[in-house]
Ligand binder design. Sequence first.
Ligand code: MSP
Length: 505
Amino acid sequence: MEKKTYYITTPIYYPSANFHIGHCYTTIIADAIARYRRLEGFDVCFQTGTDEHGQKIENKAKEAGVGPKEYVDAIVENAKDLWKALNISYDKFIRTTDSYHEKAVQKIFTKLYEQGDIYKGEYKGLYCTPCESFWTETQLVDGKCPDCGREVHEVKEEAYFLKLSNYADRLVEYIETHPEFIQPESRKNEMINNFIKPGLEDLCVSRTSFRWGIPVPFDPKHVIYVWLDALTNYITSLGYMSDDTSEFEKYWPADLHLVGKEITRFHTIVWPILLMALGLPLPKQVFGHGWLVINGGKISKSLGNYKDPREYIKDYGVDAVRYFVLREVPFGNDGVFSEEALINRTNSDLANTLGNLVNRTISMANKYFDGTVTNKNVTEAIDQELIVKVQEAKKVVSEKMDQLHVSEALEYIFEVLRRCNKYIDETTPWALAKDDTKKGRLQTVLYNLLESIRVCGMLLSPFLPETSLKIQQQLNNQEESREFLSTNTYKVGEPSPLFQRIDKK
Ligand code: MSP
């Protein structure tokens, strides 16, 4: 039987030499979801990439005294290097300067022009270069860009427009009849009430005042608006408008576009309208996640309030960074980042709850049974409470992940781990070890612990892949089931600490 497919994307990132921990959020969460789906047996396509055109990049290249292509080529590796350091398991990496993408975007533009969805007119308006966004006077906040608060400037030029207005009714109807399309719910209401219902103005989709973009094929003094270029990455990467569309047929429509809240608007208004105009099905879901903020404000280069994420990875380990990001931002809301909070989480959850449990249990298995443990079935009532909690874990994680409640999925696994620690206190293996008649019971207790750790280790693999592997290695057990089994056998290896407690100084 063919596997069910799952196509998940992150936004494509503006290439940068200055990524911060907030930038890692979308990608880490997408990675955890992609890994989880693979574990569930899906044929996953997980895509990320870089968004390399536009005035902002052209300006930066000028400042650096190099051509734009040279500029992006040099820093695109920075994104790939960061994703590698974070253990991001993407299947595809698209660059919008890839020639297959450029050709497909030109074909899309031409098709929309020929069928009348794109027309030529004159653009007069306000533009925010850092956000590559057009605004109307009424959308400004205190005369500044409503997204980033920076200055906008007036532009006036001959331009092509996409008839968003033609599709507004269809879009509202679609959103209202597909409650899962925009998540969380609050963003859906924001899109309908603040943007669509007040009336959609046609979108300017070409520029003539700078050169760094994909030329309009039949009018090359125009370059195609960077957001039209960028959004189509989700289909051009699959071969849409190329000679080989097999991947497109296999994976489209996307199951999930995961995006930060500030770009939800592009993904739930402009993107679906483009797809409707192309006669294509819409993605099943766009999830607009919250931000990681510092002291209530955005993490930003200009404020200089961050380190390169690789510094944290170097100091605390990749899974400490992944864990913090996944655990700290509740479903759809903002989460607060600080190095101190990262240290606290690592110490309390990873070093104490998880690390100590694994270390203590493996040490006891070595000390009392030379590492070889089987279930002697000398049970007591107290075992059931633990086993039931472990048994439920797979189901709970599955329910949470289906709703993208990633933080809550992790919370449950750590609840199970805490229950294991309590089980050690309740069963006092060190006391059982002193009594020869209790050896059978002691073995069952250690078995229950090892098997619970194994299940939690398997369940943690999408979130903490490196740690999960270390746990499996220390347990020296090949069983991949995520259920509590009563007839496994263990011959454990030597314990080695999974996480060191971090001294705050
Ligand atoms: N290039 C556009 C996306 C085009 S998609 C067709 C873009 N790029 S970006 O580099 O600015 O942002 C990439 C992702 O990082 C976005 O999802 C954005 O929300 C996310 N984040 C950037 N700073 C963030 C935080 N402080 N916190 C959480 N995520 C944030 O937008």
